[in-house]
Design a protein around this ligand. Sequence first.
Ligand code: C2E
Ligand code: MG
Ligand code: MG
Ligand code: MG
Length: 278
Amino acid sequence: EAKSAGRNGLRFFNPSMQAAVSARAALEADLREALQTEQFFLELQPQVDAAGTAVGAEALLRWRHPERGLVSPGEFIPVAEATGMILPLGDWVLRQACAQLAAWSRDPAMVGLVLSINVSVRQFRHPDFVSRVLDVLEDSGADPRRLEMELTESQLVDNVEEMIGIMMRLRARGVRFSLDDFGTGYSSLSYLKRLPLNQLKIDQSFVRDLLVDSNDEAIVRTVVALGESLDLRVIAEGVEREAQRDKLLALGCRYFQGYLYGRPGPAGALSRCVAREA
Ligand code: C2E
Ligand code: MG
Ligand code: MG
Ligand code: MG
């Protein structure tokens, strides 16, 4: 295979590998152009408490390419990460999110909501990241306590000390942290308690089969207990059905995100949904 050949200093490309390489190069080129021509936008998905009241939202990046149509983040984020494009792209997300928060701060119905953004480790570890975030917060007038950063477990595993240092500097200004896709990585309990986190986010893979898979039930129970002992909020993602929500509630989970409460959509849809609740 390519891997073992690579180890011997040789590489063989078959036609399908060649096609994959050029498809990726084309995607990379399109990605570069997309930032200049404003093909990106954010969708917001509500996060609710046990009563079903919105307490915040997650900002999810969308790319609408003129010919490709909507390209899923699962496809373009890894390319953006590999090419370094995630730096300008992540910065764009940060600016959009802070502008949104500033707008909410002038709207009594929205002022209490927290807005979460997904941050890639490459962006997070950039030497200018902290000062950049503080600048954008200040320029926008957004309240740092309403900004939350979602980091994935697997991204925190390497360079834990460095990651903790960066988190502490932002946390000192009030920025919140949530550990995304929790349960799919390799967190060790000893460093989990040292991370300045506010929230654990149960990965949607454990919610999907919760009603039929007793292993998933055990995992949810464990994460909830972990959250309690570390004094962290626990939110479940990918909640699509009432029965899943009821089960999660019974297991002690108090915050939810998923199609049951709302699909990712424009900011206006979230405002209307919050207004209906009030
Ligand atoms: P994630 O942060 O774990 O986001 C949750 C994903 O689950 C989103 O997929 C969301 O649309 C989807 N989802 C929400 N509710 C449900 C549900 O009830 N059922 C199901 N089946 N899915 C649900 P999406 O938008 O395709 O994003 C995929 C991933 O791309 C995200 O996973 C995140 O890792 C990454 N991503 C998205 N936006 C950004 C961004 O601005 N920056 C970075 N670095 N990564 C991003
Ligand atoms: Mg997320
Ligand atoms: Mg997730
Ligand atoms: Mg994910």
